[in-house]
Design a binder for this molecule. Structure first.
Ligand code: ATP
Ligand code: MG
Length: 362
């Protein structure tokens, strides 16, 4: 597959400067389930009170949480952490295994909770100079933004499409997140590669349904993930259940446009280049379009593809008319012509599944 794995290192457009902003199982394959879930979450207003993104630590009037005193943690995988002397260190409660991934600011390791052998993932995120904290209700001290967004995204009824944060700790130079680790799982980039670079439409449909649900639920809980991409979606290779991870580029959802971009260039909405700003939902729809394009075409959309989409003549041999139509709807250059996030799963491409399951029931 001619797709290179992109990490956060090359994903920042600008460092985001935020001013103080107050803002704000039944068969899960079935359209009915999704529709109900959308309804449940769609009526929910984003959390808008009590949320506050704080400026970088060195500009904060408010003191960040008192850090636990520890020796600096090596970014390399450590099996025997002889350098840690305090039992307050969250890492002392886990056995750390091999590295699962490494980005611009974070390294993620396999882990096992010593207490009960639960398999987890341990993300160790180095603090940058511009790191933001967030105040959220129920937490007396400000939290690292990534931690706070993940807590918010998981608030409310548990949803399987969003990774669960089991525990976390803020340390002087880094913060540590203990995350659920589905097993067996791969990120979608590896999954796609191990399937020859493209997926059939049925598999892609199941994945896109879940990714869309994850995005929608995040928004309904006031969170804009902003970096939905292959590497930030985990898939259980047995059940094909998908989970959204990595809220490190996220922000609180705001009604007004964002004017700085944080995320991955290849998934960036075109209006950011033309207008210098973008809104959360249409930008997310664009990234879902790039994701679907990758899954079924095995490559990123090229300029020529995007031009043909704009001319409403784009078509990929081997794909159904419905799939091509959905891709054209997701990748509309003009954000106001782009399909609405809430309407995606009602597109006729998803009806195929619903009709098929209905037929299978007879
Ligand atoms: P940064 O926040 O600096 O961009 P990153 O992008 O490397 O870091 P993540 O996306 O959270 O951070 O994790 C990197 C990789 O680690 C993922 O692409 C995935 O392969 C693996 N990974 C992350 N979280 C988990 C998890 N909970 N379970 C299994 N694997 C995970
Ligand atoms: Mg990532």
């Amino acid at each position: 597959m001619p797709v290179r794995k992109r990490r956060r290192t090359d994903s920042f457009e600008k460092i985001k400067i935020l001013s103080d902003q107050e803002r704000s199982a039944e068969d899960q394959n079935s359209l009915q389930y999704i529709a109900c879930a959308l309804e449940d979450h769609g009526l929910q207003e984003p959390l808008s009170s009590g949320l506050e993104v704080l400026p970088p630590a060195d500009q904060q009037v408010q003191t960040p949480p008192a850090p636990v005193l520890l020796s600096p943690v090596s970014p390399e995988p450590v099996h025997n952490r002889g350098d840690v002397t305090t039992e307050d260190d969250i890492l002392s409660r886990y056995e750390i295994g091999r590295m699962l991934g490494k980005g611009g600011f974070g390294s993620v390791y396999e882990g096992k909770r010593l207490e009960d052998d639960l398999e987890v993932a341990v993300k160790i995120a180095r603090k940058s100079r511009n790191m933001k904290y967030i105040n959220i209700p129920g937490h007396p001290a400000p939290l690292p933004l990534e931690v706070g967004l993940l807590i918010l995204a998981n608030r409310g009824p548990r949803v399987q499409e969003i990774i669960e944060l089991l525990d976390w700790q803020d340390q002087p130079d880094q913060y540590i997140m203990i995350l659920e680790r589905p097993s067996p799982c791969q990120d979608l980039w590896d999954f796609l590669n191990s399937h020859g670079g493209t997926l059939n439409e049925d598999t892609a449909r199941y994945i896109i349904t879940q990714a869309t649900m994850a995005a929608h639920i995040c928004f309904s809980r006031g969170v804009f993930h902003r970096d939905i991409k292959l590497e930030n979606l985990l898939i259980n290779t047995e059940t094909l259940e998908v989970k959204l991870i990595d809220f490190g580029c996220g922000d609180l959802l705001q009604e007004s446009a964002y004017d700085v971009f944080c995320g991955t260039r290849k998934y960036r909405p075109p209006e950011y280049l033309t207008e210098g700003k973008y809104h959360g939902k249409p930008a997310t729809v664009w990234s879902l379009g790039v994701l679907l394009f990758l899954l079924v075409c095995g490559r990123f959309p090229k300029r020529r593809d995007l031009q043909r989409i704009d001319d409403d003549v784009w078509f990929e041999p081997g794909l159904s008319n419905e799939c091509c139509h959905l891709i054209r709807s997701l990748l509309q250059k003009n954000p106001s012509w782009r399909i609405d996030l809430k309407k995606i799963i009602f597109h006729e491409w998803f009806m195929v599944l619903s009709l098929r399951s209905a037929t299978n029931d007879f």
